[in-house]
Design a binder for this molecule. Sequence first.
Ligand SMILES: [Zn+2]
Length: 274
Amino acid sequence: MRCLTRALVAGAGLIVCIVASPVDAAETRSKTPSAPRTQSVGSPNEGRLHGGKKLEGSKSLKAARAHRWGVPSLVGMLERSAARVAKKFPGAVLVVGDLSRKGGGDVDGHRSHESGRDADVGFYMRRGTKAWAPGQFITIDADGKAAGYPSVTFDDARNWALVEAWLTDRGASVQLILVAQHIKQRLLAQARRAGASPELQNRAASLMVHPRRGLPHDNHFHVRVACPRSSDDCIEHGTREKKATAQKKPKRRTAGSAENRPTTTKKRRTPKKS
Ligand SMILES: [Zn+2]
């Protein structure tokens, strides 16, 4: 028996319990909105997202773009990894670019990001010896220096801590991290210096991939998580064949669309999508 509310009986000093009838209880249940079940439908480059979770900013995470929806495993992983790096390196702020649109589908400036499983993430940077969060993606050269920003460098320790946090996150399964080859080599060298296990180093080496086409990803990570178990219609990998047979309309390009530019960048490139 469930007590809906308690009432004081005037003058008697008694507290009585008002009990809900079975009908009342059923109506109460039916009026309670249930949380939408997240569904990642289709593939990263031909998909949709239903009931996605919105990424919110925090002290350790800056959400720099409008397309902030993803499957809970991706959004949770970004939040947890930013907090974990900031705990280890106080003051660290993770800059996150596009995830997906609220309902998924085409996102200007991207080949993928359609089914809630992709996110663009800026590198941790340092100016001199101090952490520096520029709020935008900045190109890193082969020496680890930031193009156009004297004294700003790629932060090996924080960026490896980020990749380590992704690969060891229990709430998400990372499927792919697109990043330029010279950045990958820096991170693997840092993993060795940090004493990462051989298993973790091997996983990092296999999941960090230099893109074969599109942008080299020398100014941000593109991270993708695996299909959630609850999404029966989720397709793990992109399907170019499907796109061709579906005769999908060409993606729009706008003057401001480029996945490597959450706000503005000094170095402009022809927008490519991933
Ligand atoms: Zn991307």
